[in-house]
Design a protein around this ligand. Structure first.
Ligand code: GDP
Ligand code: MG
Length: 209
């Protein structure tokens, strides 16, 4: 799942959200810097090399189709959470239902994460189609509040009009994934210390018998 080869990092990213929110547009914008308008519905896995803060990263990005079945024990959901090092959850600022789905996706990820025993999963919430502000039905504050309450990052972007903000989304997620790996390593370090201390105490107990 996760490989660290010296300075190089591999990370798996799953992009989720209801149909038509711009998941494919967002990914294609990130990969090619272009917005081509229509994308079809093909499920795709992309591999892309990026440099973030001077370090090379290989990102595997899964453009996942939306599945209605968000029940936490669904095999599909479990598979995605197991594969992922991080998630991009997309909604459209003109589509209230797509925003409501983001909360359910967070719930699905957190439930599966607990079942599978992961530490904190890096998640970025993205409100897309910012250029369509005249049709806005979800306020920026609502997105920000949701992200705050679920401990996620938040961006509002326009895949159609702006490359830079889309770049920020993926760079932000890479940063989060790196942080989560550092804390996992630290946790492993603490566990190691606890283990060796209990070994010392166990030995003392047997010594005193
Ligand atoms: P997906 O089903 O979530 O993968 O959505 P798509 O990437 O296929 O995009 C759905 C539709 O929304 C397409 O017609 C896109 O051209 C359009 N779209 C995507 N992003 C934006 C955006 O930022 N602004 C506007 N105005 N349209 C967008
Ligand atoms: Mg798509």
């Amino acid at each position: 799942m996760t490989r660290l080869n010296g300075q190089r990092m591999d990370a798996n990213v799953v992009v989720l959200g209801t149909d038509n929110v711009g998941k494919s547009a967002l990914i294609v914008r990130f990969l090619t810097r272009r917005f081509i308008g229509e994308y079809g519905d093909i499920e795709s896995l992309y591999t892309h090399n990026v440099v973030v803060d001077g370090r090379e990263q290989t990102l595997n990005i899964w453009d996942a189709p939306y599945s209605q079945d968000l029940s936490s024990k669904s095999l599909m959901c479990e598979k995605r959470v197991q594969w992922a090092d991080g998630f991009v959850l997309v909604y459209s600022i003109c589509d209230r239902a797509s925003f409501n789905t983001v909360s359910r996706l967070i719930q699905m990820i957190k439930t599966n994460k607990d079942i599978l025993g992961f530490e904190k999963m890096p998640i970025v919430i993205v409100g897309n189609k910012r250029d369509l502000h005249h049709r806005r039905t979800v306020l920026s504050e609502e997105g920000r509040l949701l992200a705050l309450s679920a401990d996620c990052q938040f961006y509002e972007v326009s895949a159609a009009e702006n490359y830079h903000s889309v770049l920020m989304v993926f760079h932000g997620l890479v940063d989060r994934i790196r942080e989560s790996r550092v804390s996992v390593k630290k946790l492993a370090g603490i566990k190691g210390i606890v283990k060796s201390m209990s070994a010392v105490f166990a030995r003392r107990r047997t010594d005193s018998l």
